[in-house]
Design a protein around this ligand. Structure first.
Ligand SMILES: CCCCCCCCCCCCCCCC(=O)SCCNC(=O)CCNC(=O)[C@H](O)C(C)(C)COP(=O)(O)O
Ligand SMILES: Nc1ncnc2c1ncn2[C@@H]1O[C@H](COP(=O)(O)O)[C@@H](OP(=O)(O)O)[C@H]1O
Length: 328
């Protein structure tokens, strides 16, 4: 029944073409890094290795000078440290705010049992989509039965931690244990140990995480707010008060109290703020960090996940039955 609702409701949805914004952003960033004199000066100035957006290299670590001209080309810029580096926390917080404040999940109105059932199912499916997205992020960037997929890919394509060789020497001489050596097989532990993570294909974790997080939040926010902003009879903008009785079964009851409206608006602002800043940081990564290929592999993994979780269910009914569609 829900599947039918998904296809028959005239509720606006994100067209899948919206995902093209991501490759367009990477293209624009790469183009900017090629033609901008600032980027050129930063990339080739005092750095020991000139930048080549196509060359396999440790772009993230070697392309930039110690104090780049552009603030966003610095790894320690405040947005990188307090936003991207803890990006999943922001993503989770924004999603939770949708959950708490958007009436399609949280309405306190008395409602029929069929409405309650639909709300329960909608909530479970939103949690499932969050869990799936989080699992993709976690396996790709944090842990995959040991080092994350990104780190395993790097080692598999010939990358290594330079300090690992030193360790191996010590190990052979009996001064070090094999467990110590293993800890150098992730980018983070290698860098923490003062080593250089060099030589392989270093998929951009920033691109992967930012595309995944912004895609996830944007689809969820549009789904959660669409019934509030629109009805099938046109734009209402008032929490759906113009909705007709015949629409009652298809659209959730809306809590239109003033407090509810305030919280609802601010939760959406938080989500779109995270999406906007996420897009900006993606653009910055596209300009200042990594090679072309490393950015595109990060993009492909994230886009495939977003496509599988948000676009495929529109076409494949059994999948839609399981993961649902945001806001339906
Ligand atoms: C088959 C079994 C699968 C099991 C998978 C289970 C997954 C469960 C994970 C549960 C985690 C829930 C997290 C929810 C709360 C949080 O968000 S806490 C985490 C806060 N941390 C972050 O947000 C870190 C984000 N940063 C990164 O991912 C990386 O820094 C980066 C952006 C990818 C960049 O990497 P660098 O190496 O630093 O360049
Ligand atoms: N937009 C951005 N702003 C600042 N630093 C960025 C960045 N994008 C990537 N980086 C940095 O480039 C390195 C590789 O990023 P990633 O592989 O995640 O894309 C990381 O360095 P550190 O690991 O030394 O902090 C990361 O902080």
């Amino acid at each position: 029944m829900l599947a039918t609702m998904a296809t028959s409701t005239a509720r606006p949805v994100f067209p899948s073409a919206v995902l093209l914004i991501y490759p367009a952003t990477l293209l624009l960033g790469s183009l900017f890094s090629i033609i901008s004199p600032t980027a050129h000066r930063d990339l080739s100035g005092s750095s020991p290795q000139p930048a080549s957006p196509l060359a396999p290299s440790l772009a993230a670590d070697l392309h930039l000078s110690e104090s780049p001209v552009n603030y966003f080309a610095r790894k320690n810029n405040v947005f990188n440290i307090y936003f991207v580096k803890i990006g999943w926390l922001w993503t989770t917080a924004a999603f939770v705010s949708l959950f708490i404040f958007q009436p399609i999940y949280s309405s306190s109105r008395r409602e029929s049992s069929s409405h309650q059932e639909a709300r329960f199912r909608r909530t479970l499916q939103a949690i499932l989509r969050y869990a799936l997205t989080t699992t993709v992020w976690y396996l790709a960037t944090q842990w995959f039965f040991g080092p994350a997929i990104i780190d395993r890919g790097f080692v598999a394509t010939g990358g290594k931690c330079e300090r690992a060789l030193e360790k191996a020497g010590k190990m052979a001489a009996g001064q070090d244990s094999p467990t110590d050596l293993e800890t150098l097989f992730t980018a983070a532990t290698c860098k923490t140990a003062g080593g250089a993570w060099t030589g392989g294909h270093d998929i951009s974790g920033h691109v992967l995480m930012l595309v995944l997080a912004t895609g996830f939040l944007a689809f969820e926010a549009v789904g959660a707010s669409a019934p509030v902003c629109f009805s099938r009879f046109g734009l209402t903008g008032d929490g759906g008060r113009e909705r007709k009785a015949s629409d009652a079964d298809n659209t959730p009851a809306i809590d239109s109290t003033e407090t509810g409206g305030f919280a609802r608006t601010w939760s959406l602002r938080l989500v779109w703020g995270v999406v906007g800043l996420g897009w900006w940081m993606l653009f910055m990564t596209a300009i200042w960090f990594h090679t072309w290929l490393e950015k595109w592999t990060g993009l492909s993994i994230a886009l495939s996940a977003v496509y599988a979780i948000y676009i495929l269910p529109r076409r494949i009914a059994p999948l839609r039955e399981v993961v649902g569609l945001p806001g339906v």
